[in-house]
Structure formats: structure tokens, C-alpha cells
Write a protein that binds this ligand. Structure first.
Ligand SMILES: O=C(O)C1=C[C@@H](OP(=O)(O)O)[C@@H](O)[C@H](O)C1
Ligand SMILES: C=C(OP(=O)(O)O)C(=O)O
Length: 425
């Protein structure tokens, strides 16, 4: 949780149409960085071409982590994972499968609080007998000493999928490393239900694009072969960031670029979900996109399908005429902040109402909009960007505490808002 007391005043009263640009997708880039490292395609050209100040902090974390793993064996490698859930979890497995590596991982207190136990247990069960040592501090550091050989082990990781898909994604990327070293198939078996399944599919799609054969069958994912592709796959724009920008562009009469509809990112679901309230997407030249139409009714969406989009949809729900329903919201408690509470605080600050029944949240927009609202990001990038998106969509000025956290996924966010006429002081 942030201790930032910085305040940003967002004034949306002079909006103009513009073309808005998202950063590269951190989820895509994290997977591509690991695979480029494993397959000899390092460094990734697309990342080299991206201006450093626009690189999401989580991508920089992952790059630093991989650079540490690429050092010759010897001294302890220290990696600060900051607030990055996916980078941390992916680097844990990559550390465990780098022969003889000794890696010490640290992060924010919030990252330390998030659930990682099932991933650690899965690694200990599969690789402990081969010599893996994985120790946890309180909560930091998390320290790993990797075995020199895993050839004697049954080539399987078993992991529960209900709390995070990142465990399985991380282990599957580990299977790719082990396949290349041992030339035998390794697999992940998911125990019980899998949340955020689209992100594991994103991992599978990146493995395939980098030349791996992945077999999928009833919760089992196996890396079974590898043949180098002709060239490294291109990096798409970030669909999570496009969520805010598309809605802002819809309201201001603008458009977005870098919206690759062939991307496997789960948050591309936005384009389909807003059709429920009468918004249509129009594809332009290149990867430009705009939303058109008058919004009516309310939305229905699920946290199992696109967890990171739910706060964005909650902002949209606040300016819709009807009631909206978000299903499977429990997963939101496990993110950079408790986003279920964050959504409820936002709707409340805007004068609306929410009701939680089990895992379903109902959102009622306010009967009349406030003249101003205030939010604290509590260090969570999505809470900050979602509050600003609501300010633009509603025309209601916002005072936001802790705006710097957008760095995690979208360092250029505030500059994009200024491009569309928002005044920031
Ligand atoms: O694998 C990934 O890149 C991600 C998976 C999702 O997390 P969970 O699987 O923990 O829900 C998502 O919320 C996160 O932002 C990124
Ligand atoms: C949950 C998120 O990321 P991570 O789990 O990688 O910290 C996010 O970006 O919304």
C-alpha cells in the first residue's frame, strides 16, 4: 500500500478528440522476455526500440531479473521485483530451473502479502528431491538455490489454479526451459478450477509463437517440442491500457492506436463487452480503433474472464443509465490492492451504490453526479487510472492521491490524458 501523499487534480472540462497510444503490453512482454532468453533471441528487438521512459516498470523488473539469470554462475543474484506479481512468480520458477543459480528475490510489502504458497509448494514437490532449496523470509527475501540437474525427476509440476493463473504460466515457462535442456517433455497439471484462464492461454500462445509445441488436454499443459521460428514475434499494445483509452476516446470523439485485434490478451474482451450497452467498434487503418454509439442499459462481466478489466468496467458502469453486475469478484482481493474494496470505494465516492452478494457485485450509478470526487490510489496503478477515466467520462473533476503508481503498467498515462485536453495540476 502506498504512503504517497502527492495529489493530482484532474480537470476534464476542456476535452478535445485525439489519437491515444497505449504502452506495450507488460503481460506479453514478460512472456516474450523469458522466451527470448531461453531460445537465444536475446535481446528482444521490440523492447530495444521502445523509448525507455514508456516501458512499464514491470517490464523493466522482468528484464533485470532475466539479465541476472544470464550472468555466469557464481555469486548470489539479487532481484528486486517491486510490486510485480507476474514478474516475481515467473522469475521464481526461472530461478529454480537455472542450474546451480542462487537467487534472492525481494519486493514491496504488498507483493509479499499476495498468495505465492501454491507455486512454492509445487516447485518444492517437483524439484526438492533434486536439490532445490526455496526459503521464505517474512515475507522477504525469497531465496532459491537451484539444482544442477533435474533429469531424475518425473517431468511434471502440479499446481492449484484457483488463486492465480500466474502459477501455471510460470511453471509452463519453466517447462520450456527444462525441455530445451533435457530434450524431454515437461508438463503442468492444474488441480481444481483455474482462474484468469485467458492469461494461461496467453502464455501458451507466446510459447507457440516462439516455436514450442504445447499440448493442452483437460487441465494438463505439456511442452513437447521446439523448432526455432523464422523471426521473433512482434510486441502488441497493451489491451488493459487500451481499456481506459478506448473509453476516453469514445467520450471525446477520438480513437486509439496499437489496438491489435489478433492479440490473445484477455482484456481485449472490452470490445465485445461494451456491445452489451450499445457501443460499436470501428477499425481504422493500421491498428486504430474507435468506439461509437450512445450507451444504454448496464453491463455484465466476470472476474474469471478478465480480472484487470473489472475496475475499468466499474468506471463505465458509474456513467451508464442502468445497473451493472460483476461476477466472480473474489479474485480482485488478491491484486496490487484489494480491488473489490477499491471499486466499492470509487462508486461510493462518485455517489453510486454497490451491493455484494457472495462473489457478485451489483453497481448502481448515482441518481445525480457529484460536483467533485476524491480517490486514493493506495499504490494500485489500475485504481489511479480508473478514477481518472471516470473523471473524463463524467466530466466531474477528481482529486487523486498517489498518481505515480501508473508507472507499473503505463508510465505515459498522464501524458495521454493531457493529449485529450485534460488539465493536470
Ligand atoms: O499472467 C499475467 O500476466 C496476469 C494474470 C492475471 O493474474 P491472476 O492470474 O493472478 O488473476 C492478471 O490479473 C495480471 O494482471 C496479469
Ligand atoms: C494484477 C496485476 O499484475 P500482477 O499480478 O502482475 O502484479 C495487474 O497489472 O493488474
Amino acid at each position: 500500500m502506498t504512503t504517497s501523499t502527492t495529489q493530482l487534480h484532474v480537470d476534464p472540462s476542456h476535452l478535445v478528440p485525439s489519437v491515444l497510444t497505449p504502452p506495450i503490453s507488460k503481460s506479453d512482454a514478460q512472456r516474450a522476455l523469458v522466451l527470448a532468453h531461453l531460445t537465444g533471441a536475446w535481446p528482444l528487438p521490440d523492447l530495444q526500440n521502445e523509448p525507455e521512459e514508456f516501458l512499464p516498470a514491470d517490464v523493466r523488473v522482468m528484464r533485470r531479473g532475466i539479465e541476472a539469470l544470464r550472468l555466469p554462475p557464481g555469486p548470489t543474484r539479487d532481484v528486486d521485483c517491486a510490486d510485480g506479481g507476474a514478474p516475481f512468480r515467473i522469475l521464481v520458477t526461472q530461478s529454480a530451473v537455472t542450474p546451480g543459480a542462487h537467487v534472492r528475490l525481494t519486493g514491496t510489502p504488498r507483493l509479499g502479502e499476495r498468495p505465492h504458497g501454491p507455486l512454492f509448494e509445487s516447485l518444492r514437490e517437483a524439484l526438492g528431491p533434486a536439490g532445490l532449496q526455496l526459503t521464505e523470509g517474512h515475507p522477504w527475501p525469497v531465496e532459491l538455490r537451484a539444482p544442477l540437474s533435474t533429469l531424475e525427476r518425473e517431468p511434471v509440476f502440479r499446481v492449484p489454479g484457483a488463486q492465480s493463473s500466474q502459477y501455471a504460466s510460470s511453471l509452463l515457462l519453466g517447462c520450456a526451459a527444462l525441455f530445451l535442456r533435457e530434450r524431454r517433455a515437461w508438463r503442468v497439471e492444474i488441480i481444481g478450477p483455474l482462474t484468469s484462464a485467458g492469461y494461461l492461454e496467453l502464455t501458451v500462445s507466446w510459447l507457440r509463437r516462439f516455436g514450442f509445441t504445447v499440448h493442452e488436454r483437460e487441465g494438463h499443459f505439456e511442452v513437447a517440442d521446439y523448432r526455432a521460428p523464422e523471426r521473433a514475434p512482434a510486441m502488441p499494445g497493451d489491451w488493459s491500457s487500451l481499456g481506459y483509452l478506448l473509453l476516453i476516446a469514445w467520450h471525446t470523439g477520438g480513437s486509439v492506436e496499437r489496438a491489435d485485434l489478433a492479440s490473445a490478451h484477455p482484456d481485449q474482451a472490452l470490445v465485445r463487452l461494451v456491445e452489451q450497452v450499445g457501443l460499436r467498434s470501428q477499425v481504422g487503418l493500421g491498428n486504430t480503433l474507435r468506439l461509437t454509439g450512445e450507451a444504454r442499459g448496464g453491463l455484465v462481466a466476470s472476474g474469471t474472464e478478465c480480472p484487470d478489466l473489472l475496475p475499468t468496467l466499474a468506471a463505465l458502469a458509474c456513467v451508464l443509465p442502468g445497473t451493472s453486475t460483476l461476477h466472480d469478484v473474489g479474485i480482485l482481493r488478491l491484486k496490487e490492492s484489494d480491488r473489490l474494496e477499491g471499486i466499492r470505494t470509487l462508486v461510493d465516492a462518485f455517489g453510486g451504490k454497490t451491493a455484494l452478494e457472495g462473489e457478485t457485485l451489483t453497481l448502481h450509478p448515482p441518481a445525480s453526479r457529484p460536483t467533485h470526487f476524491a480517490m486514493d490510489s493506495r499504490g494500485d496503478h489500475r485504481q489511479a487510472m480508473v478514477a481518472a477515466t471516470l473523471s473524463v467520462l463524467s466530466g466531474v473533476p477528481l482529486t487523486l492521491t498517489g498518481p505515480e503508481c501508473v508507472e507499473k503498467s503505463f508510465p505515459g498515462f498522464w501524458r495521454q490524458l493531457e493529449r485529450t485536453g485534460v488539465r493536470l495540476t
